[in-house]
Design a protein around this ligand. Structure first.
Ligand code: FAD
Length: 523
């Protein structure tokens, strides 16, 4: 077994030397004996060359399956200290859109998958009931984190809509869903991290210890280090969820209600919803799209019968969590809240389900799409943070304008409170107290319909960005994708200098996460 690893490693090193012209003494690199596996297997390399977006491809020379944080340390230290260096990209579940976890001619560290690798490799995530936190391996998927914490009746507070994403991957962006108005994004719910910097040092960081690294890494697009462990805040897990959707034909009534609901974040639990999202219905086909197979044929109201403004309807999606002790009051609490809203009166759709089933809702849709061959298709997704003051201009220009009655996938829209986002983290948001996520989650299909082609949807994304630019709507991309230094500087705005200085401090050779295309490696 050890010999096989050594042979594989020698192959990888020889290929590195040949391809990038490293002048390293091979015996030095052979000291990199990993507990896990450094793989040249074509199927590993092929997987690491792609992502969910299926729009870009970059082939690494090798893929490391680490068995410990020390494996990550060993590889990064080698890359950093080699005379010419080589690039290293952590890959979670590869659910990026534009090659953010890929690297050409470097090594991808496949953080997710394989045996259960938690804060301590080989063990499930470790829960502290007393401390109300869980320690998870950076590559752990959120679904597995949830399974571990539920054994103690606990659950993380802030989520993404989809749980087959890695802890390190979402914390490198923000991690948002309908709970963010209340708890902030996932990056606001982390106590501590273990991070391997671009120099190969393994550091524990938090608000108190190595705080600059802590803030840099959260929302840091993988630029400053590789998260090997995250300590995540927990709450008592609710048992069930009342899941409600109501429709609006009027955009300003819709956003007014959404903004009202998120303004209740400081209120007692009984007086607010636990989750606030929403989506746009531009064409009727979308009513039962992959994210919203919710409206049943036995709808009390025929959706087409609702008079929509410019052909567009808006759906507010809210939930209330409960358990045995609160089951008796939940109906009244919901009624009191709904009474304050201004939706189309006949359009209330309600369902009730276990908490876990609600959190894992998108996975069910994934399985359906997979069975129809509609999951592994290109995804030209565009995620924007839009300032509250300009959301109605965005509605006019994009939902009622550019999209032209055809969306080709779900469009989410929901507001968040900026004061729940720590301004010392690396993530950038618009400069207003409330901003919206608008997520155009579209799939390109080759069915002969020219409005569904990758080219059409990509052009439309460009048109949307141009429209915002021309109209002076200061959007920020979430899960950003840019290709030039100027665009990145513009994206970070007055946070750029700090971002740059932190990069020079924690990854001075610029070898980490080059797939983000922010920095080029130094030779
Ligand atoms: P990857 O795509 O593998 O990596 C993303 C970036 O993080 C890369 O730059 C990579 O190098 C870096 N990285 C990965 N692991 C680490 C690590 N351990 N340490 C440091 N850097 C690392 N996002 C939301 O916020 N909310 C949602 O509701 C949501 N829903 C989604 C639903 C689907 C179906 C999909 C495909 C994506 C969704 N996302 C959502 C986006 C998701 O958060 C991003 O794709 C994110 O990158 C996580 O994916 P991943 O774990 O596969 O990371």
């Amino acid at each position: 077994m050890a010999t096989t690893k050594l042979v594989l490693l020698t192959f990888a090193i020889c290929r590195l030397i040949v391809t990038v012209g490293l002048t390293v003494d091979p015996t030095e690199l052979l000291r990199l004996v990993v507990e896990g596996q450094l793989s040249l297997d074509p199927s590993d390399v092929n997987t690491a060359s792609k992502d969910f977006g299926l729009m870009s491809r970059a082939e690494p020379l090798a893929v490391l399956h680490p068995a410990s944080a020390q494996d990550v340390v060993g590889l990064v230290r080698t890359a950093y200290s080699s005379p010419h260096g080589f690039t290293v990209s952590a890959r979670g579940h590869g659910h990026s859109i534009n090659g953010q976890a890929q690297t050409n001619n470097g090594v991808v560290i496949q953080m997710s998958g394989g045996s259960s690798r938690s804060g301590t490799p080989g063990q499930a995530a470790r829960v502290s009931e007393k401390g109300m936190y869980v320690d998870a391996w950076g590559g752990e998927l959120w679904i597995d984190v949830l399974r571990s914490t539920l054994e103690y009746g606990l659950a993380p507070k802030s989520w993404t809509d989809y749980l087959y994403l890695s802890v390190g991957g979402t914390l490198s962006n923000a991690g948002i869903s309908g709970q963010a108005f209340n708890y902030g994004p996932q990056i606001s719910n982390v106590h501590e991290l273990d991070v391997v910097t671009g120099k190969g040092e393994l550091l524990t960081c938090s608000e108190e210890q190595n705080s600059e690294l802590f803030h840099a890494v959260l929302g840091g697009l993988g630029q400053f280090g590789i998260i090997t462990r995250a300590r995540i805040a927990l709450e008592l897990s609710p048992q069930r969820v009342r899941w409600i959707r109501v429709l609006y034909s009027n955009f300003s009534a819709f956003t007014k209600d959404q903004e009202f609901l998120i303004s209740l974040h400081g209120q007692p639990t009984s007086q607010k919803f636990d989750y606030v999202e929403g989506f746009v219905i531009v064409d009727e086909g979308l009513i039962n799209n992959w994210r919203s197979s919710f409206f049943s044929p036995s709808n009390p109201v025929k959706i087409t019968s609702i008079n929509s403004e410019g052909g567009v309807l808006y759906c507010l999606e809210i939930t209330k969590n409960y358990d045995e002790s609160t089951a008796v009051t939940i109906d009244q609490e919901i009624e009191d809240l709904l009474e304050k809203l201004d939706f189309v009166p006949t359009s209330v759709f309600t369902t009730d389900l276990p908490y876990v089933d609600f959190l894992d809702r998108v996975h069910k849709a994934e399985l359906k799409l997979r069975s129809k061959g509609l999951w592994d298709v290109p995804h030209p997704w565009l995620n924007l943070f839009v300032p509250k003051s300009r959301i109605s201009d965005f509605d006019e220009g994009v939902f009622k304008g550019i999209l032209g009655n055809k969306t080709s996938g779900p469009i989410l829209i929901y507001p968040m409170n900026k004061d729940k986002w720590d301004q010392s983290s690396s993530v950038v948001t618009p400069d207003e107290d409330v901003f919206y996520l608008v997520a155009l989650l579209r799939s390109a299909l080759d069915t002969g319909d020219e409005t569904r082609t990758l080219e059409h949807l990509t052009n439309q994304n460009r048109q949307i960005l141009r429209f915002c630019d021309d109209a002076g709507i200061e959007v920020k991309q979430y899960l950003p994708h840019y290709t030039t230094r100027e665009e990145w500087m513009d994206h970070f705005g007055d946070k750029w200098d700090r971002f740059y200085q932190r990069k020079m401090k924690f990854d001075p050779r610029r070898i980490l996460a080059t797939g983000q295309r922010i920095f080029s490696p130094s030779s």
